[in-house]
Design a protein around this ligand. Structure first.
Ligand SMILES: *[C@@H]1O[C@H](CO)[C@@H](O)[C@H](O)[C@H]1NC(C)=O
Ligand SMILES: *[C@@H]1O[C@H](CO)[C@@H](O)[C@H](O)[C@H]1NC(C)=O
Ligand SMILES: *[C@@H]1O[C@H](CO)[C@@H](O)[C@H](O)[C@H]1NC(C)=O
Ligand SMILES: *[C@@H]1O[C@H](CO)[C@@H](O)[C@H](O)[C@H]1NC(C)=O
Ligand SMILES: *[C@@H]1O[C@H](CO)[C@@H](O)[C@H](O)[C@H]1NC(C)=O
Ligand SMILES: *[C@@H]1O[C@H](CO)[C@@H](O)[C@H](O)[C@H]1NC(C)=O
Length: 617
C-alpha cells in the first residue's frame, strides 16, 4: 500500500495551521492580513499549490508508482535522522521502561537480566523463523481480537490483507523495521551516518561501570546459550568490572555526530577496529547499571541519558537494568519507531514474567563453558582528550535537562468516554489551553501518529493546534465569563470531533507534514532552488515544535519518555488511564516546564468543571 494523500485537503490544513501561527502581522494583505512587504503565507501556499508544488507532487507520485517495494517517505525519513548532526542522546533516543516483574524475588539484577536476555533472544529467533504474527493495529478491540479475525487475516494473501483488515477496522502493520532491531548499530560518518546490520551476530555486548564485555549467546546453529551460563557470565562481569575506567569510550556516542565520526576514524587508525566491530555487530547492548532508583524522576533520567559512561547510544537498542532490577530500553531512533520497540517490549515482558528462564537462587553454571571477553582499547592522547571533551559537554547538558512527573487524579478515560469525548483529544486540548494561558498565544505542537499500516510506513504528525482549539482556549483563558457552560461544553465537543478526524487522517497517510517533507526533500535532492514556501517564516515556525507529545499504553510499560526537540520546547509523554491522567515531561527551561504543569492542572480542572456543568470561576 502506498501512502500518498491528496494534495488539496492537505493544503487546506496547512493553510489554516500556517495562518494560525502567524497572527499579529500588520494588516494590508487582503488574504491574510500580513503587511504588504512581509510575505503572506496564504499567498505563498496558494502559489506553491498552483506552481512548483504541483510539479513536485506529480514527480513524487511518479516516483512512488515506480517504487512499489517501498514508501515514498522511507528514504527521506532515514536521511532526516542520519543527516542530523546533533547528539542522538536527548535529541533523538527515546526510552520505554518496563513494569517490575510481579514476582518480587525475580527483580534482582542478575535474575532479571538473565530472564530478559533469554526472552529477547527468543524474540530474535521467532523473527528469524518468521513466527511472529504481523502487528495488528486494533481500532475496535472487541471485534478484531477475536480468533475469527486472526484466522481471517492469516488466510488473506499479504497483498490484499490490508484491505481485508480495513473492512473490519484493524490494520496489520508493516514489519520491515524489525530487520534492524538486532545485530545493528548506527555508525557515525561525516555529514551522514550509516546503519549497519550484521547478519550473523551471535554475541551480546554487556556494559558495566564503563567497561565493555562480549560473549556468545547463540551457537552457530542458532541455539540459545543455557540460561545458567548466561547467568554465570553476568555474575562474572559484575565482579570483574568493579571500578570505573579512566576513560570510557561511551561518552563519544553522546557527541555531535561529526565530532564523533572524526574520533571514530582515529580509533580505527589506532588499532581498535576489531573492538568497534564487536560493538557494532553485537545482537544488542545490555547495560548493568550500578544505581538504585528512588523515584520515577530518577528512573527517567537514568533511562533517557544515564551518566554517559555505561551506554552505547548508537546501538539499535540498549536494555538497561539497574541494581534494584528496574529495566528499560533506550533506543536509537533512525532505524525504527515506538510501535516496533513497544511490540518487542511487550513480548519480552510477557515472556520473561510468564516463562522465566531462571528462578531466584538458582545456581549459575560453571564458568569455563564459554568465553567472555573484555574489550581493551588503544587510546592515545588525542583520543583521550576527545573523550574528556565529550564527557564535559555531556555532563553540562545533563545539568540542564529537567524531568517532571505530572498526575491528575480527578478524571480519566472512563469519565471522558461516558461524556462521549475522545480522551486523547481532551488531553491535547488541555495542552493547547495551557500553552495559551502560559504564553498568551498558540504555539507549534506535535502529536506522533504511527503510519505502520502502510508499507515501510513511519509516522505522521497530528497537529493539535486548530482554529477550534484556539477558539476554545481563548474562551477558557481570556473570556471566562463571556460564555455559558453549554457553549463551552459545545466547544469541547467540536474540538474532540475535529481531533478524532485529524488522528484518523494522520493514521491513513493524509496528514500534511510528511507529504510536504517529501516534496521539500525531492526539491533539495534535485538541486532545485528552494521553493518559497519552505523558506517562509511561517513554515519555520510550524517546524519549531515547542510541544512535542506522544502517548503509548501497555500493561508491560511503566513509563516512556523523550527529550524536547528544540531548546525552548517540552517533551511530553502522556497517558490517559481509566481514572487518571499522567505525563512525564522533559525540558531545558526548568521554570517554564514547572509553570506549564501548573497551568495544565488548571486547564484540566476547568474542563472537568464544564463537563460537570459548573461555570468557570
Ligand atoms: C542477527 O543474528 C542472528 C544470529 O546470528 C541471525 O540469526 C539473524 O538473522 C540476524 N538478524 C539480522 C536481521 O540480520
Ligand atoms: C557502586 O556505586 C557506589 C557509589 O555510587 C560505589 O560506592 C560502589 O563501589 C559501586 N559498586 C560497584 C560494584 O561498582
Ligand atoms: C592518535 O592516533 C590517531 C590515529 O592513529 C592519530 O591520527 C593522532 O594523531 C594520534 N594522536 C596523538 C597525540 O598521538
Ligand atoms: C527523587 O529522588 C531524588 C533523590 O533522592 C530527589 O532529589 C528528588 O527530589 C525526588 N523527586 C521526587 C519527585 O520525589
Ligand atoms: C515464551 O517462552 C515460552 C517458554 O520458554 C516459549 O514456549 C514461547 O514460545 C515464548 N514466546 C515467545 C514469543 O518467544
Ligand atoms: C509517562 O509517559 C508514558 C507515555 O510515553 C505514559 O504511558 C506513562 O503513563 C506516563 N507516566 C506517568 C506517570 O504519567
Amino acid at each position: 500500500m502506498c501512502a500518498l494523500g491528496i494534495i488539496r485537503p492537505i493544503l487546506l490544513y496547512l493553510l489554516s495551521t500556517l495562518l494560525l501561527l502567524n497572527k499579529g502581522r500588520p494588516s494590508s494583505c487582503k488574504l491574510c492580513s500580513a503587511g504588504r512587504d512581509s510575505s503572506c503565507p496564504k499567498e505563498i501556499a496558494r502559489e506553491f499549490e498552483k506552481g512548483v508544488g504541483r510539479k513536485l507532487h506529480r514527480d513524487l507520485v511518479e516516483f512512488d508508482k515506480k517504487n512499489k517495494h517501498t514508501s515514498y517517505i522511507s528514504d527521506p525519513w532515514f536521511d532526516m535522522y542520519l543527516c542530523a548532526r546533533d547528539p542522538v542522546v536527548l535529541n533523538f533516543n527515546p526510552f520505554i521502561s518496563l513494569n517490575p516483574d510481579p514476582k518480587e524475588a525475580y527483580n534482582s539484577q542478575v535474575v532479571r537480566a538473565t530472564n530478559l536476555v533469554v526472552s529477547s533472544i527468543k524474540f530474535l529467533n521467532s523473527l528469524n523463523n518468521e513466527f511472529l504474527r504481523p502487528d495488528i493495529y486494533y481500532v475496535n478491540p472487541k471485534w478484531s481480537q477475536s480468533r475469527l479475525f486472526k484466522k481471517f487475516i492469516s488466510l488473506l494473501p499479504t497483498s490484499v490483507s490490508w484491505y481485508g483488515a480495513y473492512m473490519v477496522n484493524a490494520y496489520p502493520l508493516d514489519m520491515s523495521q524489525y530487520k534492524r532491531l538486532f545485530n545493528s548499530s548506527r555508525i557515525p560518518k561525516l555529514n551522514k551516518d550509516e546503519l549497519f546490520t550484521n547478519e550473523w551476530g551471535r554475541h551480546l555486548l554487556v556494559m558495566r561501570n564503563g567497561h565493555f564485555y562480549v560473549f556468545d549467546v547463540l551457537d552457530p546453529g542458532g541455539n540459545i546459550l543455557h540460561p545458567s551460563e548466561i547467568q554465570a557470565q553476568l555474575i562474572y562481569i559484575l565482579q570483574d568490572a568493579d571500578r570505573l575506567p579512566e576513560f570510557s569510550l561511551c561518552y563519544l556516542t553522546t557527541e555531535d555526530r561529526n565530532t564523533w565520526a572524526a574520533v571514530r576514524q582515529q580509533l580505527l587508525e589506532a588499532g581498535n577496529e576489531d573492538n568497534l566491530q564487536k560493538i557494532d555487530s553485537a545482537v544488542f547492548c545490555l547495560c548493568l547499571d550500578n544505581i538504585s532508583l528512588k523515584n520515577d524522576t530518577e528512573l527517567s533520567h537514568c533511562m533517557l541519558h544515564g551518566r554517559g559512561f555505561n551506554r552505547w547510544f548508537d546501538k539499535s537498542f540498549s536494555l538497561i537494568i539497574t541494581s534494584d532490577g528496574t529495566a528499560g530500553v533506550n533506543f536509537e531512533h533512525s532505524w525504527g519507531d515506538g510501535v516496533a520497540v513497544l511490540r518487542f517490549v511487550n513480548e519480552v515482558y510477557r515472556n520473561s514474567t510468564r516463562h522465566p528462564a531462571i528462578v531466584p537462587h538458582s545456581s549459575p553454571a560453571a564458568l569455563s563453558a564459554t568465553k567472555c571477553e573484555r574489550l581493551e582499547f588503544k587510546l592515545n592522547d588525542s583520543i583521550q582528550s576527545a573523550i574528556n571533551a565529550a564527557r564535559m559537554k555531556f555532563e553540562e547538558t545533563n545539568e540542564k535537562i529537567s524531568v517532571r512527573m505530572f498526575e491528575f487524579r480527578k478524571f480519566g478515560k472512563e469519565f471522558l468516554v461516558k461524556q462521549k469525548l475522545s480522551p486523547d483529544a481532551v488531553f491535547q486540548l488541555a495542552c493547547q489551553m495551557t500553552a495559551y494561558r502560559q504564553f498568551g498565544k498558540i504555539i507549534s505542537s506535535y502529536e506522533a501518529c504511527s503510519t505502520a499500516a502502510f508499507k515501510h510506513g513511519r509516522t505522521e504528525t497530528i497537529r493539535p493546534t486548530s482554529i477550534l482549539t484556539k477558539q476554545c482556549s481563548r474562551a477558557f483563558v481570556e473570556e471566562r465569563s463571556k460564555h455559558s457552560v453549554a457553549e463551552l461544553r459545545n466547544m469541547i465537543d467540536e474540538c474532540s470531533k475535529y481531533h478524532r478526524r485529524l488522528q484518523l487522517e494522520a493514521a491513513l497517510g493524509k496528514g500534511f507534514d510528511r507529504h510536504l517533507f517529501a516534496l521539500k526533500h525531492l526539491s533539495v535532492s534535485r538541486g532545485d532552488p528552494m521553493p518559497e514556501l519552505f523558506l517562509d517564516s511561517a513554515y519555520q515556525k510550524l517546524n519549531h515544535i515547542i510541544l512535542s507529545t506522544s502517548t503509548l499504553h501497555s500493561p508491560a510499560v511503566h513509563l516512556g519518555g523523550f527529550g524536547p526537540v528544540v531548546p525552548d520546547g517540552f517533551g511530553i509523554g502522556y497517558n490517559v488511564f481509566d481514572t487518571w491522567v499522567g505525563c512525564n515531561t522533559t525540558g531545558y527551561l526548568n521554570r517554564e516546564l514547572q509553570e506549564f504543569l501548573r497551568c495544565l492542572e488548571y486547564s484540566l480542572t476547568d474542563i472537568l468543571d464544564v463537563l460537570e456543568g459548573r461555570p468557570l470561576v
